[in-house]
Design a protein around this ligand. Sequence first.
Ligand code: ITT
Length: 203
Amino acid sequence: MKLQKVLIASSNPKKVKEIKEILRPLGIEVIVPPKKLEVEEKGTTFLENAYLKAKAYYEEFKIPTVADDSGLIVEAIAPYPGVYSARFHSIPEWGKEEPIPNEDEANIRKLLRVLKNKTNRRAKFVSNIVLYLGDGKGIFTEGEVYGNIIESPKGDKGFGYDPIFVPEGYNQTFAQMEPEEKHKISHRGKALRKLYELLKEFK
Ligand code: ITT
């Protein structure tokens, strides 16, 4: 199946930028929705939440829609932050952190506090991608990347937990890498390239 255009069901501009950068070299144009929808991520898994987002945007705009639901799973406190990754700072477990100066930094601050003095700092990023095509039809893929959480943030590229995540086999955080370098090995890059490969199988 040749997919030329997809709508992207995300209200996180940094995530949207990454999805565009990954899909562009594959010849897929990404359309940003003209308005943001409030989709309650009430699922208990990344897959359920990705499906909820993709379906909601498809139903509003009637264009094949891609959604990403992703997060970080830290072995010492698994399955957290998990599906709570975006709002880890505000959940009651391990106490709340004020979202100052922004939510990403508060999430990092809380995670580093929780992991203080812990020797097991292994973690993985997971991305579940759903392409919703209407009529209950769709495709989903998953990508993951293992790494370690370092003790203090490094780098200013990327988003979310990137400044404290060093992928296995590397000595830089995702936030120190150029975007193309991150996309080659990232959970999101892997899941989106799998989606592209699957689409080639559908005639
Ligand atoms: P949408 O639901 O609107 O797409 P969101 O940011 O709320 O945006 P998620 O619910 O999927 O998206 O939450 C994902 C969170 O996981 C994200 O906000 C980051 O905190 C973290 N995360 C996911 N992928 C990441 C990456 O590549 N680098 C760093 N952090 C990431």
